[in-house]
Design a protein around this ligand. Structure first.
Ligand code: COA
Length: 307
């Protein structure tokens, strides 16, 4: 038994904040930000709830299914609208869904964690599941801290999955965590996001490559079979370094961080949505999703694109 993807959707706030905009208040330049990160602009605004709702509505429309047929909602977010209640039940209510709904926090690996949760739920009787990644990182950003403010953005992406007989579209997973690295990237209650960027960078490449290789091996394929890699969007140099070690040409990687920055749990579904709407995904393609984040956590999955 496995799952198939029925539809995808994404949403970003309307407000664009360019690197040039940030130079008005921060001691930084467009050149520094673009050369060190690959980011040109980011979207700012909304909330995990409002962006997640919009992405979910679009995924449901793409799937052509009525919200009332969803029997589980899993929302990956590190920036829920409130500590209590979770944001997923509010989104579910706004969609007219009365099924179980919960948040999952695995930082930037969150969407693949939520997908793994959804696949597990499908195997135990939940037939149609809404998996969302939504973030409002701007709320937890110190806009006077040039080391963080240039990196983060807001957004959401969602997928509708359905239990199916046979292996389905999700071929493998590799998930993990190492809490001894909790100090590298954190945000305390009432605080703002802080990161040891150099150390995260160094570890991120190795973690992502190792995890990707395990997921590819578990899918029973080789790296040459991967048509597209859809990585977490933290820094284009991390994506380049990971691709180089995996012996994947960069033209097989989807990069959207130039326009959205790092949107944590939302980055992978946002990138999937862009890849599908720009015809970079074709039936039968093997696609690698891979991410890492605070915790530290990591998660990779190989999926086979069906439509
Ligand atoms: N504009 C201009 N200069 C900046 C700056 C900015 N926005 N931010 C930092 N600097 C300065 C630093 O103060 C430092 O100056 P110094 O040499 O005088 O001390 C210099 O630029 C180099 O800083 P450094 O932190 O060494 O840069 P870097 O090349 O490591 O790039 C990051 C910084 C954050 C872009 C990079 O480390 C990174 O992407 N890390 C991982 C990010 C990540 O993956 N995060 C999310 C995990 S989910």
């Amino acid at each position: 038994m496995g799952v198939s993807f029925l539809g995808w959707g994404a949403a970003v706030p309307d407000r664009v904040v360019t690197n040039a905009d940030l130079t008005a208040t921060l001691d930084t330049t467009d050149e520094w930000i673009f050369e060190r990160t690959g980011i040109r602009e980011r979207r700012v605004g909304g909330s995990a709830g409002s962006l997640g709702l919009l992405a979910a509505q679009r995924a449901l429309a793409d799937a052509g299914v009525d919200a009332s047929t969803i029997n589980y909602v899993v929302l990956a977010t590190t920036t829920p609208d409130n500590l209590i209640p979770a944001t997923a039940p509010t989104i579910a209510h706004q969609l007219g869904i009365h099924a179980p709904a919960m948040d999952v926090n695995a930082a930037c690996a969150g969407f693949v964690y939520a997908l793994r949760t959804g696949v597990g739920l499908a195997a135990t009787g939940s037939s149609r599941i809404l998996v969302i990644g939504a973030e409002n990182l701007s709320r937890w950003t110190d806009w006077n801290d040039r080391t963080m403010a240039v990196l983060l953005g807001d957004g959401a992406g969602a997928a509708v999955i359905e239990a199916t007989d046979g292996p389905g579209d999700v071929l493998s997973f590799d998930l993990g965590s190492d809490g001894s690295l909790a100090h590298l990237l954190r945000c305390e209650h009432g605080g703002t996001i802080w990161m040891d960027g150099k150390e995260v960078f160094r570890r991120a490449v190795r973690i992502m490559v190792d995890s990707a290789e395990r997921a590819i091996a578990r899918a029973g394929i080789s790296i040459d079979d991967i048509s597209l890699v859809i990585p977490h969007q933290a820094n284009v140099r991390i994506i380049q370094a990971a691709c180089q070690r995996l012996h994947l040409e960069m033209n097989r990687a989807v990069v959207v961080l130039d326009r959205y920055g790092n949107t944590s749990s939302a980055s992978i579904p946002l990138a999937v949505d862009e890849a599908r709407t720009s015809n970079r995904l074709h039936a039968g393609d093997y696609v690698l999703l891979t991410g890492f984040g605070a915790g530290m956590t990591w998660a990779s999955s190989v999926i086979r694109w069906a439509t």
